[in-house]
Design a protein around this ligand. Structure first.
Ligand code: NAI
Length: 367
């Protein structure tokens, strides 16, 4: 063992100890997969409400320790999301830390997914996987060849397909509930809504909001995508770096996390933040910054739960479209309850959402 490796291993040991102790989850599975040279981490944060369910993120990292930190953080967030969504799942997440994202449909990618599926299968259902960043329904189909503990396969392969449209529908109901709370009426006519990111979720959200009478502003680092989305609904395009200072009634982050921070919040010119992106707050204190600024924040994991509701509802609970529509609309009611609790307790909406999730965890599985 060379000195450089020793230094790295000591650093890693200390960091590992700190991270995993602070995590408080149930179990962590780590594999260095020799044939693919990938690190595979599965974080089973909680099975209190059911098997730990959450997506598989495929990503390149500077060091495996960063992938480990990600899986711990993301699996914790999934416990809160599943509990707030009231589905029979606990929180889990997986990270495949790879040297490069191999091409979709390639033999290299298939090998990685098959070996990873074997790891999922070895947990006998304690962890149930789904798609996340850089993975999609086609990847779930491959994983489904080696394990049954996977949700979100394509419809052709017997799954429920891409959950993004359901996520968009849930966010739409969340925007309506937030507008109602901030302006005293749920009517979107005459409200200006800025959608940041017009991908799978944001693109559909733009359509739903426009159909309900809202005026749309859109932005995307992919300029063509932004122009197409805006053109389809007669909306305006905002430059990606001008989002924070742009006046609007509702800012809907649907691209990346960390957009609400000590730097961005004082510059916001909106009454409501309600969008699909995960981890919108750069740090927990940002929830209080928003409250002090008089901006109503729809907690991210509550408003964007349409994806897990889609997977659990269609694939585990056997719901039909009408039941799904009702449960996605229920995201609006969950938010109203969160807003009420925040007002009554004099706490942030983020804390009120956490309390709701923790109460469900305390109560244990339904029925
Ligand atoms: P996507 O990858 O289809 O779309 C993201 C869009 O944002 C892309 O068009 C991309 O070009 C754009 N973008 C990236 N960085 C940007 C920036 N700085 N400024 C403006 N645009 C930017 O992703 P998807 O599925 O629409 O998800 C959007 C967000 O919602 C993500 O944060 C995701 O984690 C979250 N989410 C998605 C769910 C789903 O069902 N797809 C479920 C829950 C959360």
């Amino acid at each position: 063992m060379g000195p450089a490796f020793r230094v790295r291993s000591i650093d890693f040991r200390e960091m590992f100890d700190d991270l995993v102790r602070a995590w408080g989850g149930e179990s962590l599975v780590a594999r260095f997969d020799e044939p693919t040279q990938a690190w595979m981490f599965i974080g089973v944060h909680s099975t209190v409400l059911g098997p730990a369910m959450g997506g598989t993120r495929m990503k390149t990292y500077d060091a495996p320790a960063e992938a480990l930190a990600d899986v711990l953080r993301l699996s914790t967030a999934m416990t809160f999301k599943q509990a707030a969504a009231n589905v029979p799942y606990g929180g889990g997440k997986a990270v495949l830390a790879v040297h490069e994202i191999s091409e979709r449909g390639s033999a290299k990618r298939a090998l990685l997914l098959e070996r990873y599926a074997g790891l999922v299968e070895s947990l006998h259902g304690t962890y149930v996987t789904a798609a996340d960043m850089n993975t999609g329904a086609a990847d779930m189909d491959v994983i489904g060849g080696s394990t049954t503990h996977v949700l979100g396969r394509s419809r052709e392969a017997g799954g429920s397909g891409d959950p993004a449209p359901s996520t968009a529908t849930g966010v739409f109901h969340g925007v309506v509930a937030s507008v109602e709370r901030a302006f005293g009426s749920p009517d979107l006519a005459g409200r200006t809504i800025l959608v940041q990111g017009t991908g799978a979720v944001g693109g559909r959200l733009v359509e739903l909001l426009s159909d309900a009478g809202a005026t749309l502003l859109v932005t995307d680092v992919d300029r063509e995508r932004a122009h197409d989305a805006a053109g389809a609904v007669g909306g305006g395009v905002v430059e990606p770096d001008a989002v924070i200072g742009t006046a609007c009634d509702v800012y809907a982050p649907c691209a990346t996390g960390g957009v609400l921070s000590a730097t961005s919040i004082p510059k916001l010119r909106c009454a409501v933040v309600a969008g699909a992106a995960n981890n919108q707050l750069a740090e927990p204190a940002d929830a209080e910054r928003l409250r002090e600024s008089g901006i109503l924040y729809a907690p991210d994991y509550v408003i964007n739960a349409g994806g897990v509701i889609h997977l659990a509802g269609y694939e585990t609970l056997g719901w039909d479209d009408a039941q799904m529509a009702a449960r996605l609309a229920g995201i609006g009611q969950t938010l109203r309850n969160v807003f009420d609790a925040a007002e009554h307790e004099g706490i942030t909406t983020a804390e009120a959402a956490d309390r709701l999730a923790l109460a469900r965890l305390d109560a244990g599985p339904a029925g």
